[in-house]
Design a protein around this ligand. Structure first.
Ligand code: DMJ
Length: 748
């Protein structure tokens, strides 16, 4: 008996979906089922939502923007066919050509020629959802390799995009260049009762869509205004390279002093990296690297599993919760090539999903450990971030655990979240009350990423990923630039660093710290700098990534002895709601574990947490804050080892390591550095405060306290190499070339 629920007719039984075989025919089935749910929801929107922005999936009525409402939940609406525009490219990604053509025909039939609508809309939401949808569909239609190549229709969509962007431009007309949060599409004044503060993500995100529009139209204005805003914001970062989250664009001031990676700031990081990739932009790549290092260095806590909000100047923790939006972070780490940290940060969201069968808008890890306090914001509107990261992790690791997560989400969509007119999440996860809302991102992101997870042969995977620098926008729209488009449109043509960047003196920039050398010896030149000794390693090596080459034989994650650490660390806050019947974790569900399980399940679930994984020392920092890491070419200098979180890799003979496989002799070759004692193994410093140390780099420590040295835990060899708990560390060395003032020579 095939399920018919809420009017949705599935072609597949639960057993067929849940088989966990992930053969090509099973993946085909999962893909088709996802497409079926998309079509069902899309048709509901067409029938009950149009010409408004959304369909309410429980009551089958349209969701309209209420003109005088001050409710910011209303902010994404604009009475401008939001779900339609946000999903133009979804129809193309899912291969729904007929529906795509019908949609364009519909716009023609109702004579939709521009966005001349008396509606106050959010700059951010309109940019990512409507402009993004138009641009992505335009790229498909003007890509001669694609089956839907129809340049005339593509040009029409670009014209609409230009019309819309021109109506958004007045938002940037502020004394600072940082945009106001809302604009009236008809050019009327915006409801003055609405607040005019804006968020960091809101002011930096237009950069990507607007710059793409400039490249496609040869009109620099969009890139200029959005880039000016992006750098105004970035240039007002704190001395530890963090940005607060709310800004007043009229008064030129920050309205808070807290930073994080989730709501209000997420797509700032995302677009620094994605802009760098799409436009081959080195400046943006630098922004990304600096910002990423600061996040990793300052915001990690609980054995680096959580990334929490911190004070922008001190880096001290300001919150013990994470929000649902931050689940995009592992996907971004994948894009940056940081696979191992991505696997680790994603695991937290998997455990949350296992527990709540959804991701709470805000999940707290302190309080009185009741379901109320563990869920400080209790709704789940089927946000895409968790499945988005899952998709990216699957593409980079091929670990079947990520397919199993998709399979689980698909099952829940066709049962728990299915409604008479679409899909809806929870209004209150604690009680299971559902929400009469289907935001446009449910289709444009949640279902799109789920579909792509199962669709190995998608145009995105077969062509765009291989031949173009394709990225997904923050709203899941595929963007790419043809090579000829990139070189024809030299960025310099669009943007010069002066005077636009400098003419608007926004906030006083806290001056960047000079390099350590300049700070210590202002009177000397760089050429006076002593050359640091280099450590020669026995083998040349390359970085290893956590990619599982035994595709479909085993799950790499299930071999990881730390897979249950999160369950233990956060057990008090992972409280299953009473209405949830089965709580078997996805990674241990019978079908899946039977096919891909590695080590013994019992031993995995009972592995103790090794507290020694991260060692923290506390001394007052020598200068520049506790997390300063100075780059000296390939090597690094740190002021002290106190207040830093150091992670080590143990390198044993004949075991895989970042140095490759070493034999006993290769290990023992390090013994001259450690007073010639015989070495069974060595250790290597791999990260400081979550910042990865490149494989062949040494880290030099300037200040070593004599009292620290006397402790049994830390010793220093006559050659200046550290040992921790008797473990020889081959790349952490006392920096002996500086003056005695720094307390080094007295202890070596
Ligand atoms: C989407 O509109 C975008 O992904 C945005 O960047 C964040 N919020 C929603 C989805 O949760």
């Amino acid at each position: 008996m095939l399920p018919i629920r809420c009017g949705y007719v599935s072609r597949y039984s639960d057993e067929e979906i849940l088989q966990s075989s992930f053969t090509s025919s099973h993946l085909e089935l999962l893909k088709n089922e996802t497409r079926g749910l998309f079509q069902f929801s899309w048709n509901s929107y067409k029938e009950y939502g149009l010409p408004y922005d959304e369909v309410k999936p429980l009551s089958c009525t349209p969701n309209k923007r209420r003109k005088d409402s001050l409710d910011l939940q209303n902010d994404v609406l604009g009475n401008y066919h939001l779900t339609l525009f946000d999903n133009l490219d979804s129809l193309l990604v899912l291969g729904l050509w007929d529906q795509f053509n019908e949609t364009l025909q519909y716009l023609e039939d109702i004579n939709f020629v521009d966005f001349d609508i008396d509606s106050d809309v959010s700059l951010f939401e309109t940019d990512i959802r409507v402009l993004g949808g138009l641009l992505s569909a335009h790229l498909y239609l003007t890509d001669e390799r694609h089956v839907m190549f129809e340049p005339k229709k593509g040009r029409r969509l670009l014209e609409l995009a230009v019309d819309l962007a021109d109506r958004l431009l007045p938002a940037f007309d502020t004394p600072t260049g940082v945009p106001l949060p809302r604009v009236n599409l008809k050019g009327n004044p915006v409801n003055s009762n609405l607040p005019h503060d804006t968020c960091t993500a809101c002011a930096t995100t237009p950069l990507l869509e607007f710059s793409l529009l400039s490249r496609l139209t040869n009109n620099p204005i969009y890139e200029k205004v959005s880039k000016r805003s992006f750098y105004q914001i970035w240039n007002s970062r704190s001395s530890i390279n963090l940005l607060p989250m709310t800004i007043d664009p009229l008064e030129s001031k920050w309205l808070d002093n807290v930073s994080g990676i989730g709501a209000s700031i997420d797509s700032f990081y995302e677009y620094a990296l994605k802009g760098a990739i799409l436009f081959d932009d080195e400046d943006l790549f630098n922004v990304w690297n600096i910002a990423y290092n600061s996040v990793q260095g300052n915001m990690k806590t609980f054995n680096d599993y959580l990334t929490v909000n911190v004070d922008v100047t001190s880096g001290k923790n300001r919150a013990y919760w994470i929000d649902s939006l931050s689940a995009f972070w592992p996907g971004l780490q994948v894009l940056a090539g940081h696979i191992k940290p991505a696997v680790k940060s994603h695991l937290v969201y998997l455990k949350i999903w296992n527990c709540f069968q959804s991701i709470p808008e805000r999940w707290s890890i302190n309080g009185d450990f009741t379901i109320e306090s563990s869920m400080s914001l209790e709704w789940y509107p089927l946000r895409p971030e968790f499945i988005e990261s899952t998709y990216h992790l699957y593409r980079s690791t091929r670990d079947p655990i990520y397919l199993a997560i998709g399979q689980d989400l698909l099952m829940k969509l066709r049962s728990m979240f299915l409604c008479p007119c679409g899909l809806c999440g929870f209004q209150d996860i604690r009680s299971g009350i559902r929400q009469d809302r289907m935001e446009s991102f449910v289709l444009s992101e949640t279902l799109k990423y789920l579909y792509l997870l199962f669709d190995e042969n998608n145009y995105i995977h077969n062509v765009l990923e291989k031949q173009n620098n394709m990225i997904f926008s923050t709203e899941g729209h595929p963007f790419w630039l043809a090579t000829h488009n990139r070189s024809l449109n030299d960025p310099a043509q669009y943007f010069t660093t002066s005077p636009l960047l400098t003419e608007h003196k926004f906030l006083d920039r806290i001056p960047l710290l000079g390099t350590l050398w300049n700070r210590l010896y202002p009177e000397k030149t760089t050429s006076d700098r002593p050359t640091l000794p280099s450590l020669s390693l026995p083998h040349s090596s390359c970085e290893l990534v956590a990619r599982n080459t035994d595709t479909f034989l085993s799950s790499h994650l299930l071999q990881n002895p730390t897979i249950c650490h999160i369950d233990k660390i956060f057990e008090k806050s992972l409280i299953t709601p009473p209405y949830v019947n089965s709580t078997t974790a996805i990674e241990f569900q019978d079908n899946f574990y039977h096919n891909y399980g590695g080590a013994n399940k019992d031993s995995l679930t009972s592995t103790p947490i090794l507290e020694t994984e991260v060692i923290t020392y506390r001394i007052d920092p020598f200068f520049g804050g506790q997390n300063t890491l100075m780059d000296f070419g390939l090597d690094f200098v740190i002021p002290t080892i106190r207040d830093l979180r150091l992670s080590f890799e143990i390198i044993k003979p004949f075991e895989t390591s970042s140095l490759g496989l070493l034999d006993n002799a290769a290990i023992d070759a390090f013994s001259p550095l450690f007073d010639n004692r015989h070495l069974d193994y060595v250790t290597k410093l791999v990260s400081i405060n979550g910042v990865d140390i490149p494989t062949n780099s040494n880290v030099y420590c300037v200040k070593v306290s004599p009292s620290l040295i006397k402790s049994d835990q830390i010793r220093i060899s006559t050659k200046g190499y550290f040992t921790f708990d008797n473990n020889p560390v081959i790349n952490l060395i006392v920096y002996t070339d500086l003056d005695q003032d720094f307390g080094v020579s007295s202890v070596v």
